[in-house]
Ligand binder design. Structure first.
Ligand code: TYM
Length: 345
């Protein structure tokens, strides 16, 4: 059976981009057709200036939202990355396979490092190396597929390269994964700046729909979305980024395609109203289920505990094999584990 691994980083409240680009597909499709592992990748949230209490809060919220979105713990493994040591163990080995030039070419590093510098801080080394940790996340589980939005494709390609290099140097150890993406809404854009991605941690939040926004807030944000000059409602990402983004969001909500909606609307206002209604209805069950789950924190904790146990069992053999392959001396078994010679037959 195909093994799937994917994750979400608790650096901010989860957005409509996270949902349409990744989470909805995990819940509605992926977990029903594959052996799925989903992770709240909290170690990745430490790569930029962070508030420890906020990261803890957002990690719990992200896990709760994944459950609220329909991730079923009877079908999928759901856990928090820092609860399973194998990720950090493997990451170091992969750092010994990756090159610094390769890391510096990562688009997300090139985008985020100047932002951190402009904030007056230094750039954490982990911001440079985190794609290697992401590779470790994926390779530790022998994942065949990694369902992600567009922005993560380069990281999955790096993961493939590192896996292939490791296998070639030290012997077959890792499965080579490939990225999969939704047909529609693989890159949802900011409603106020449709030339940049809708990201969790944009300064103002006016162009970002958060999964837990109240319906009237969602409506307001969509009704105020920046549109383009000209009045025709056509799908063309290059010349009509604002309208195309709305068409894409609407199509994703309705299960259609944005080209098919080209020419259907006579005004931006009508398109915005329908998009707002569709998003409100799409998110309603998620918000409702989230509200219930927040009252049952023991349930969520139990899911994460069991998830971490299963994740450890799944990842340990591959990470141990990588330790052996790369040349590390296996620890001697504890004396109690040594079977006396005359009983070994
Ligand atoms: P993160 O937390 O930024 O995003 C989680 C998932 O949501 C997708 N996504 C989007 N899709 C469409 N439009 C958007 N505007 C949008 N914004 C985010 C992302 O592509 C992603 O699929 N490095 C990863 C987390 C990670 C990971 C992993 C993912 C760590 N280890 C291993 C897969 C496998 C990240 O920062 O995702």
């Amino acid at each position: 059976m195909t093994r799937i691994f994917s994750g979400v980083k608790p650096t901010g409240h989860l957005t409509l981009g996270n949902y349409l680009g990744a989470i909805r597909g995990w819940a509605e499709v992926d977990q029903h057709r594959s052996d799925s592992v989903f992770c709240v990748v909290d170690l990745h949230a430490l790569t930029v200036d962070h508030d420890p209490a906020r990261v803890r809060r957002l990690s719990r919220q992200a896990a709760t939202l994944l459950l609220a979105s329909g991730i079923d713990p009877d079908r999928s493994v759901l856990f928090v990355q820092s609860h399973v040591d194998e990720h950090a163990r493997l990451s170091y080995l992969l750092e010994c396979v990756a090159s610094d030039g390769e890391m510096r070419r990562m688009i997300q590093y090139k985008e985020k490092a100047p932002v951190e510098q402009a904030r007056g801080g230094s750039v954490r080394l982990s911001l440079l190396t985190y794609p290697v940790l992401m590779a470790a996340d994926i390779l530790a589980y022998g994942a065949d597929e990694v369902p992600v939005g567009d922005d993560q494709t380069q990281h999955v390609e790096l993961t493939r390269d590192l896996a292939a290099r490791f296998n070639q140097r030290y012997g077959q150890t890792f499965t080579l994964p490939r990225a999969t993406r939704p047909e529609v809404a693989a890159r949802v854009m900011d409603l106020q700046d449709p030339t940049s991605k809708m990201g969790k941690s944009h300064e103002s939040g006016a162009g970002i729909v958060y999964l837990l926004d109240e319906p009237d807030v969602v409506r307001k944000k969509i009704m105020r979305a920046v549109t383009d000059s000209g009045s025709e409602v056509v799908y063309d990402r290059g010349t009509r980024p604002g309208v195309s983004n709305l068409l894409e969001i609407l199509a994703a909500c309705e299960g259609g395609n944005p080209e098919g909606l080209s020419g259907v609307y006579e005004s931006y206002g009508a398109l915005k109203r329908d998009t707002a209604d569709a998003v409100v209805e799409l998110l309603r069950p998620v918000r409702e289920r989230h509200r219930e789950l927040v009252r049952d924190s023991a349930y969520v904790e139990g899911v994460l505990r069991t998830g971490a146990e299963r994740a450890r069992e799944m990842s340990r053999p591959t990470v141990d094999a990588a330790y052996r392959a790369i040349g590390l001396l296996p620890p001697a078994p504890a004396p109690a584990d040594v079977v006396p010679v005359n009983m070994a037959r």
